[in-house]
Design a protein around this ligand. Structure first.
Ligand code: ZN
Length: 436
């Protein structure tokens, strides 16, 4: 079955709750840009798709960057003078600044303060902080926790290891009839944050499920890696293969209740952009099309001039535009099964356009062919208007001179791509249409 047909069999409520359940399972894991939490996450994702993991050693030079040391965090806490834990990693992995070096010390609050991060404007939320390229340590806590700490001596412990190891990424490769590839990329390095980016991983996992069942034209490569350094490592290790990538999307922030927003590729009007624009317009739902900017997620590495891969970013509320961004407010209640399902349908529909698009030639170009005698046209006279499928037949026959793709025709006719694709199948079936 084609992806387009599989989409019609999808139960959004079931898919939404499955995605939320996956996010719930991954949420407690302490992830970072390397280390056991990242590996455990990739292991879970690999239960539902053929996922191959790759390890790249610390110190490996990747373009202008270096793969950092591997970070493992076992425990961390701050104890007050009475020996009570006032901040405890066991309660939230956001309490420890990512990549904190090990520390065991006693120090007064006046000194400890410089190591403590909070959000005065949102006193109940724990911020998410990390420091990958500087040897330092720190804790994150709510403003309320911070305000409740009396002056005095505190004992701190960060039981971590920062040592030579490796950075992990994983790929699910699903071959198609063509070697041309569609890349889907999710960052998988954030700790307990739901929208950023368990939502992206959950949507990608459902897409992987659909694509495994689909009859595929393109080959699909779904990559899970740490953000920034992960996509740079991936591009470095796979540079030779990037010529096969014809289309791509990064998937992030797909579970909040905001409207869908799509950031175009650097090219701006690449097939990925046109496919997504078409799907969003046809959905009739409010959405935002954003121009490319060299900021945001890993699309900026793929779109760098040395690669110039057409990769857009599908998201809902963009990074930095909602108060829950990068803090404990981005929890499992913040992501909604309905939103996840809507994001999934949008992504799958755009992929179905890329899979189904093509340029054809009308084999009977001199005047209209008689469709009735070929059994693909309801020849009933006296109807005031044609059905969509019949109109699509006429549009395709008229436009298929080798210069217009099915997506061009769908756009020109103001019709859903799926309708045009179905009509093209009927015309191909009776020999009136052939691929250009
Ligand atoms: Zn983030």
């Amino acid at each position: 079955m084609r992806l387009a047909d599989l989409i019609t069999t999808l139960d959004p409520a079931k898919a939404g709750s499955e995605m939320h359940a996956l996010a719930t399972r991954l949420y407690p894991i302490c992830r970072s840009i390397s280390g056991p939490g990242l590996r455990e996450t990739l292991g879970i994702l690999g239960e539902s798709m053929p996922l191959k993991t790759f390890e790249v050693a610390s110190g490996t030079e990747v373009f202008d960057w270096t793969v950092p040391k591997e970070w493992t965090l076992r425990d961390a806490w701050i104890k007050n003078a009475k020996g009570e834990k006032v901040v405890d990693f066991a309660k939230s992995n956001l309490h420890v600044m990512g990549y904190s070096v090990p520390v065991r010390a006693k120090l007064p609050l006046s000194e400890l303060r410089a190591r403590l991060h909070s959000l005065p404007d949102h006193p109940d939320w724990i911020p998410y902080r990390s420091s990958y390229y500087k040897d330092t340590w720190g804790f994150c806590l709510t403003q309320k926790q911070l305000d409740s700490l009396p002056d005095g001596e505190y004992e701190v412990c960060i039981d971590s290891t920062l040592a030579d190891g490796s950075l992990t990424y994983a790929e699910c490769f699903l071959p198609g009839s063509s070697q041309d590839e569609i890349l889907l990329f999710c960052h998988a390095c954030h700790p307990s944050l739901a929208n950023d980016n368990l939502s992206g991983m959950a949507v990608a996992a459902q897409l992987a499920g659909l694509l495994q069942k689909a009859e595929r034209r393109h080959s699909f490569r779904i990559v899970f890696a740490p953000t920034v350094i992960g996509s740079i490592v991936w591009l470095h290790q796979n540079e030779a293969g990037t010529a096969r990538i014809k289309h791509g999307y990064t998937l992030a922030l797909l579970g909040d209740s905001g409207q869908i927003q799509y950031k175009r590729s650097r090219e701006g009007d690449a097939p990925v952009d046109r496919a997504m624009a078409h799907v969003l317009k046809q959905s009739g739902k409010p959405h935002v099309m954003r121009p490319f900017t060299p900021y945001g997620y890993d699309e900026r590495q793929f779109n760098s001039p040395g690669f110039a891969l057409p990769v857009g970013c599908l998201m809902r509320s963009p990074n930095g535009t909602f108060p829950e961004y990068h803090n404990s407010g981005d929890n499992l209640a913040f992501i909604k099964p309905d939103s996840l399902a809507d994001s999934l349908l949008t992504a799958a529909s755009a992929l179905a356009v890329l899979e189904g698009d093509g340029v054809f030639i009308n084999q009977n170009p001199k005047c209209e062919p008689r469709l009735g005698k070929r059994g693909i046209y309801d020849g009933l006279k006296g109807k005031n208007s044609l059905g969509d499928t019949e109109l699509a037949l006429l549009w395709i026959l008229n436009q298929s001179d080798g210069r217009h793709s099915l997506l061009d025709i769908a756009e020109k006719a103001g019709m859903a791509f799926a309708t045009v694709r179905r009509a093209a199948d009927a015309l191909e079936g009776c020999g009136l249409l052939k691929p250009a």
